[in-house]
Structure formats: C-alpha cells, structure tokens
Design a protein around this ligand. Structure first.
Ligand code: ARE
Ligand code: CA
Length: 558
C-alpha cells in the first residue's frame, strides 16, 4: 500500500492483454477521483470498475498494439492532475506470464472415482476403515472408461479426478503410495487406458495431488512410528516429540475393535505430530525439508510423464507458497496447476498456480444466488474487484457452483429455474467453468447413509434424470466451447440492479449478450435490431423483449 492518492505501475494486474485487447488499470484512494483518462495517442475515458474499503479501481480497454506510451489525466476532488509517463513493450511485458496453451477452450467435469461408476466389481474393496461417512461404493477408472461416450456426448473436454492413488478411504485423501493408482480403482493399467482413451478424444485430465499430508499408513510415516528419532524420515513430517504415538495408541490400532470404535478412541489420544486439522490419519508433511519438496516434484513429474495434463493441489494454502513457485518453474510439460486456496488467491497466482479453485467467486455466487444477501450492484462490485485483484489470471481460474466439499447448488436453491440461472452465469462468465458429476442431470445432496452431502453415487437410471437440466447443460457446454467471446472476450456490464444481471461478452466482431433475471418480476431488456437466441431458460418474449421471473437468455447480436 503506497498511500498515494493515485497509483499505477505496469505490472500484470495493472496492464495485461487477452483476446486482442489490452486492459490498463489505475488505482485511487477511495472517493478521490471523479474522472480518469488514459492518454495514449488520444484520450480514453476510464470506467470505474470496483471499490474496496481503501480504493477505487479504474479501467480502460484498448485494442492490443506492440507498444504503448501513455500517461493519465485525472480529475480529483481538488483539481486536475497529470500522472505518470509509461513506455511499455507489450510482448516483453507479457513474456513473464504463460498459461497452458489448451486451457482457455475447456470445460471441466469433476469426478470422485469411487462414486461414479463401478466398471469392475472384482476390484471392489471392503472398508478397512469402516467409519460413518467412509463407505466404499465401488466406482473405478474402468467405470469412467465405460462411460466415456456419455462424457463426449455431454461435451465436456477436461476432467478433474479426486485422488486415485493407493489409500484406505473411499475419497483417497490419505495416500499410502503416490506412485501407484489404487487397485480398487483399477490400478496403473486402468490409468494408462483411461488417459489413452481420453486423449484420443481431446479430453484433458488433471489429478488431485495431496501433498499437505500423507496417510498415517504411508511407509515414510510408518518408518517414523517404528524407528522414532532414528528414522531417516523423521524430518519428512512435523514431529513435536518422540515417540510420535503412544503404546496405547498402537495397541488400540492393532486391536480387534471395530474401526469406528477404534477411530473414536484414537482421536482423543495425544499425538506428537501435526496433521490436517486434528485428523490422526493425515500427518502433515514438513515442507521446509528440501527432500519433501523434491518428493513432491518427483511425484508430479512422474504422473505428467504418464499422461496427466495437470494437477489440482489439495490444501494448497497450507503449504508454503515457495513450494509451488518451485514446482511451477521446474515442472515439464504444458500443464495446468490449480491450487485449492479457500480465500483471496493473490498470494498464490502469477508465479505459483495458473489458477485456483475460485472460492471467492463461489462466495459471491452464494450471497447473490442463494442467500440473496447482496443485490446485483454489489454482486458486480464483487466480480470486478476479483478481476482487479487477479488481472489476466481471472480467465484461467477454476470456477464452480459446487464440488465434493460443498452442498450441491441445486439443493441449496431448491428450484430448477434458479439453478439454470446460476449455470448460465457460470458458463458465460470469465474463468474456466467446471461442473461436478451429476450436476448435469439435476442430482441433489445425498440423504443415504454413508454418503456425505454431495457425494452420492452418480445416478445412471435415466428415468430419474431431469432432462431439462441435461439438455440445458449440454447446450451451455457447447456454447462455451464454440464462443471465443465467452472464453476470452471482454466482460462489459450493462445493467446490474436488483436481481437483474445484464452484460455483454465481446471479442472483435462477436457480441454475446447475457441477461439473467433473478427476481420475481418481469424485466424489460433493451431492444436489439437483429439477434439470434443461443440459449434460453424460463420465459422470454421475443416480440416485447420481456424476460420472465428467474429466467435467462443468451443472445448473439448480429
Ligand atoms: C471427514 C468428514 C468430516 C469430518 C472429518 C474429520 O467428511 O465431516 O469433519 O473427516 O473427522 C478429506 C475428505 C473429507 C474428510 C477429510 C478428513 O474428503 O471427507 O473429512 O479428508 O479426513 C478446509 C481445508 C480444505 C479442505 C476442506 C475439507 O482448508 O483444504 O476443509 N479440502 C480438501 C479436500 C477435502 C479433503 C481434504 C482437504 C483433506 O478437498 O475433500 O478432505 O485432504 C471454511 C474454511 C476452510 C475449510 C472449509 C471446510 O471455508 O475457511 O479452510 O476448508 O470451511 O469446508
Ligand atoms: Ca469396482
């Protein structure tokens, strides 16, 4: 925080290009600037984009050129001033920032392998840790291969799989062997076949990397349990004393007690190591140890060579940022790295992850679409603030309405029309849209025992699908994949008030108008002379341009 009234520096958040436009931003102490212009050959009026507690952010969009020479003329509350003199070679400037070549045209589909489809009952594993909420259903990679035609029919072109490596739980976040795909999921052979089949169809695959902790049963940690201070792996973890677990702990573990009883007792015994929250099954790695960092890089590289196209990194915000910086720098291949960062991602992008799981956007979505705590105007400010913070990274963020850790959006909204509105927003906004298995057929939170919240097995009985949702999602996926304006175009807010979101995505000649009426009243949209309706949900009257309650429309302006 420089404390200056106005501030600009040609770094990536203040100056970047995407989709043939260059965006330039100016930050001002809140309330100081009345009007701002960028002077570059001519006067360009800047629009006020967003405000946070301290600042107002202004932005202007120029056609991209090789170099820019500019300064600002600013009308402040105490007079007009001229600010700066910047000379920027755009190509040089943007050399610093690289994204995976394939990412911008993608739509992700997230799968929890155990809960998708059981393609091979022979590899089914009974529950070694038979806890409440920890039930193996039997899904595997063979199941995904068998359903590959379904996925291509739906149109998705990227998949994110939650952990697939050897582990004891159905969710796999307790890895015991990072170099082998779990036998219960079909093993390494199924992985080879899966990547081959996906790549044949130009579907990318990213894996879940659990490098914040390992399983208690990972050989490295077991070595520490056994050998204590003499273990060569003692510095792999965050040990606070020896022995790491007491004799009582080991006795209970070895006992014949049922697993849920064991688990309950183990939970309350003092242990001498840090873990993921207080989960004894997940001892935390010591990332200050160079060898741990090498181990992480090695595993990541290994699976990239085996055909993975990227990684989603679990509890990424619980690992020092430098670890990811190192990974980003040294990892080979054209890979996409997504960090699981639960809040503001500024610390974690640019030279670390390409994108993060966009929880701040999710929070804005919750407040506007679910809780109705904020109106469209506040929602827009939130969107534009994130854009001001993230700059070009916004276009490669992993955006979602739900995932395996949160409730299904349809269950939160309890209303199909509302759900479709939220989906339209996801698919027409900046950032990479991701759906979670079952979203496309209207699956809801589970109420079956042993199936937590959003993790019920995929419903394969078509009788139970909501075909309206299915065809809508399919259409939105197609729209997204075929529209450059939706992928990399400018976001131009037109009207944001009450429950109305009206914006344009624009790239060169392509202009896509999106209207979402998230209210109980009809809304009148501005008249267009000629247009083509690309997508519609709820009701829209073409003759009068009236958009019904909880309805949406995506229009191509001709
Ligand atoms: C299970 C049960 C829980 C129970 C827990 C402890 O589901 O109900 O409380 O055990 O006994 C995996 C499994 C979970 C499992 C967990 C522990 O998927 O089912 O929980 O392991 O065994 C925080 C973290 C974030 C994390 C979420 C879940 O910051 O990194 O919690 N997400 C990743 C994965 C999870 C995974 C793990 C981490 C562990 O995506 O699936 O869990 O490897 C606020 C806070 C956040 C917090 C969030 C919780 O937003 O700011 O920091 O996230 O709430 O939703
Ligand atoms: Ca199986």
């Amino acid at each position: 925080f420089s404390g200056e009234e106005i501030y600009h520096y040609p770094c990536l958040t203040h100056l970047y290009s995407i989709g043939d436009y260059t965006y330039i931003r100016l930050r001002a102490l809140r309330g100081v600037v009345k009007k701002a212009f960028l002077i570059e050959e001519k006067n360009w009026e800047m629009r006020k984009k967003a405000s946070d507690e301290l600042f107002d952010y202004f932005e202007v969009r120029l056609p991209k050129k090789e170099s820019l020479n500019y300064y600002f003329r600013v009308q402040t509350v105490s007079g007009t001033i001229e600010y700066g003199d910047f000379d920027v070679n755009i190509e040089e400037h943007e050399k610093k920032y690289k994204i995976p070549s394939w990412i911008l045209t993608r739509v992700f589909y997230q799968i929890m392998p155990d809960r998708f489809f059981n393609g091979n009952p022979e590899n089914d594993q009974t529950d070694p840790i038979d806890l409440k909420n920890s039930h193996h259903y039997g899904g595997d990679l063979e199941g995904i291969i068998q359903k590959i035609d379904y996925l291509t029919e739906l149109g998705i072109n990227s998949i994110y799989l939650t952990p697939i490596f050897e582990s004891m739980t159905y969710h796999g976040y307790d890895v015991v062997d990072y170099y082998h795909v779990a036998r219960k999921f079909g093993g390494d052979k199924a992985f080879e076949e899966l990547t081959r089949e996906l790549h044949k169809r130009d579907i990318k695959l990213i894996l879940d990397g659990v490098f914040h902790h390992t399983s208690f049963f990972h050989p490295y940690f077991q070595n520490v349990v056994k050998n204590g201070e003499n273990s060569e792996y003692k510095d792999f973890y965050r040990i606070t004393g020896f022995p790491v677990v007491t004799k009582e702990f080991l006795d209970i573990l070895a006992s014949e007690l049922p697993w849920d009883e064991k688990y309950k007792r183990l939970k309350s015994i003092k242990r001498n190591y840090e873990s993921f929250y207080s989960v004894w099954l997940m001892p935390r790695l010591n990332h200050d140890n160079k060898k741990v960092r090498e181990f992480i890089r090695d595993v990541m590289e290994y699976w990239i060579k085996k055909g993975a196209d990227g990684w989603r990194l679990d509890v990424a915000h619980g690992v020092p940022p430098e670890v990811w910086e190192d990974v980003r720098e040294k990892l080979p291949g054209d890979v996409y790295l997504v960090g699981e960062v639960m809040d503001d991602a500024r610390l974690w992008i640019f030279n670390k992850f390409h994108g993060t799981m966009n929880y701040p956007l999710y929070e804005a979505i919750l407040r506007f679409f679910v809780e109705k705590e904020i109106d469209a105007r506040e929602f827009l400010n939130w969107l534009e603030l994130l854009s001001a913070y993230y700059g070009p990274v916004e276009y490669v963020m992993y955006n979602f309405l739900d995932n395996h850790d949160v409730d299904r959006m349809l269950s939160l909204l309890k209303n199909k029309r509302k759900y479709l509105c939220a989906l339209v927003f996801l698919f027409t906004y900046r950032g990479i849209p991701a759906i979670y298995y079952g979203d496309e057929i209207g699956m809801e939170n589970a109420d079956a025992p042993f199936m937590e919240r959003s993790r019920a097995p995929m419903e394969w009985d078509m009788e139970k699908w909501d075909m309206d949702i299915f065809y809508s999602v399919k259409k939105l996926i197609k729209l997204r994949k075929t529209s450059k304006a939706l992928q990399i175009g400018a976001f131009v807010p037109l009207e944001f008030r009450g429950g109305l979101l009206l914006y344009r995505r624009e790239l060169n000649g392509e202009r896509i108008l999106v209207g979402i009426n998230y209210s109980r009243h009809e809304e009148h949209l501005p008249l267009l002379s000629s247009f083509e309706i690309l997508f519609q949900s709820g009701s829209f009257d073409k003759a009068t341009n009236k958009l019904g309650p909880y309805s949406s429309i995506v229009i191509k302006e001709l």
